[in-house]
Design a protein around this ligand. Structure first.
Ligand code: PGA
Length: 251
């Protein structure tokens, strides 16, 4: 059976307490979303959002965590602290973390292990730059990111995880992968996981597409056979566009 789709909003470094009203609007717009809905706000907003969400079916996630459970790491957040605040997921290895914080697969792997230990579902982001795509290196780059980020994780851990394929050239640029490019990469990622962890795990794991997902392109992208949801940046900041995307994940 295909996994339940996941529509996730990555707010990045946007939003404040006043933006909590977005949650009320989201609940009103889609009281029964029909797919899993996740918001990853700035970490400070997780706890007040959780209080606002109550029993409604909207999950919360962090945008990063530290690989260690506690200690002298000024400015960092531990996975267990995200869990304590009300998160169920955490985005790891986003291309903005890889680029601006020089994160690499070994670190993403350590963070994924910390997240799983804390009871969080990691969303591991992978994707190639434009230069890598044009240089014919896409499969190698994404294959290495998958292998490095998932190293040492067992089948049960993997089934709980999410992979987000986010071509770097499509993030925040208004350019999206064509349906052919997206399907090709999602099928490639699934085949890599089949090889490393077997078919059952590869079928169970959710592979989201991310990169300029908008209401206008969501239906086409989200109906592709190997696309199990969307990781949405800019268009998740407005309830109206995020709700439209949620609606389009249901087909
Ligand atoms: P975008 O961001 O939808 O604004 O392109 C996606 C992401 O970075 O997860």
């Amino acid at each position: 059976m295909a996994p339940r789709k996941l529509a996730a909003g990555n707010w990045k470094m946007n939003g404040d307490l006043a933006a909590l009203s977005q949650i009320d609007a989201l609940i009103t717009a889609r009281p029964d979303p029909g797919c899993d809905v996740l918001i990853c706000p700035p970490a400070l907003l997780i706890q007040p959002m959780k209080a606002r969400i109550g029993a409604h079916p909207i999950a919360l996630g962090g945008q990063d965590c530290h690989a260690r459970a506690f200690g002298a790491h000024t400015g960092d957040i531990a996975a267990v602290q995200l869990k304590d605040a009300g998160a169920d997921y955490v985005i790891l290895g986003h291309s903005e973390r890889r680029e601006y914080h020089k994160e690499f697969d070994v670190l993403v792997n350590a963070k994924a292990k910390a997240a799983l230990t804390a009871g969080l579902k990691p969303i591991v982001c992978v994707g190639e730059t434009l230069a890598q795509r044009e240089g014919g290196q896409t499969d190698k780059i994404v294959g290495d990111q998958i292998a490095g980020s998932l190293a040492g994780l067992d089948n049960n851990q993997l089934k709980d995880m999410v992979i987000a394929y986010e071509p770097v050239w499509a993030i925040g640029t208004g350019k999206t992968a064509t349906p052919e490019q997206a399907q090709e990469m999602h099928a490639f990622i699934r085949s890599e996981i089949t090889e490393s962890h077997g078919e059952d795990v590869a079928k169970a794991i959710r592979i989201q597409y991310g990169g300029s997902v908008k209401p206008a392109n969501a239906r086409e992208l989200l109906s592709l056979p190997d696309v199990d949801g969307a990781l949405v940046g800019g268009a998740s900041l407005e309830v109206r566009s995020f709700t439209e995307i949620i609606t389009n994940t249901l087909n």
